[in-house]
Design a protein around this ligand. Structure first.
Ligand code: HEM
Length: 168
């Protein structure tokens, strides 16, 4: 089932707001991570702030972007697995869901609790992790606008794979 043009615009608007908002929240994490590491802001401010941005913004957006992205793809002629640029974004965001759930978010909570006592290795990780994720999200944005590489599989194959993925 495909969206009507009105629904398609509404879902695409929601998709762009959540996806680009997610990138913005990631850049805030990176800014705070650098400030905490270099002393631009006290660690007792930077790390609790990172933990808060993670809990109220970054982590919820991670799941929202995955769900809205998948809905957006399935409900439009692009499909979920039909075009390389969509399939690669799906892989990037799915990998991010696991990294955020099992590595980044626990690290942010830990940093918010330890503040000044956070070991230097963990402080460096709080710069490396948002650098990697921001890069992945910038790549996703570029893929979305340039839509490179053409079709991944023939239409019929892609349709049945998408239906299997959403349980139809
Ligand atoms: C689960 C992952 C994702 C999927 C399956 C997905 C799928 C799609 C699809 C199918 C469209 C075209 C919709 C239409 O024409 O109506 C689209 C557009 C777009 N996506 Fe995603 N997306 C995902 C993640 C992301 C991420 C992480 C970003 C950026 C951080 C992003 C940014 C955009 C932008 C800016 C557009 C608008 C492009 C245009 O209208 O030319 N998407 N996405």
């Amino acid at each position: 089932m495909k969206f009507t043009p009105k629904w398609r615009k509404a879902i695409l608007t929601l998709h762009v707001i959540t996806a680009v908002g997610w990138l913005g929240a990631d850049m805030v994490l990176l800014t705070l991570g650098i400030a905490g590491l270099t002393g631009g802001v006290g660690k007792d401010v930077a790390y609790p702030a990172m933990s808060l941005v993670g809990a109220v913004l970054f982590v919820p957006l991670t799941y929202l972007v995955w769900v809205i992205g998948v809905v957006n793809a399935v409900g439009t002629p692009w499909g979920l697995l039909r075009w390389w640029w969509v399939a690669v974004k799906l892989v990037i965001v799915t990998v991010m869901v696991f990294l955020v759930t099992f590595l980044l978010y626990p690290g942010l909570v830990h940093a918010g609790e330890l503040k000044d006592a956070l070991p230097r290795r963990d402080q460096i990780n709080l710069v490396v992790a948002p650098s990697v994720s921001s890069t992945l999200l910038i790549i996703s944005t570029v893929l979305s606008t340039y839509k490179p590489w053409g079709r991944r599989v023939r239409q019929q194959q892609a349709d049945s794979a998408s239906r299997a993925l959403v349980g139809e």
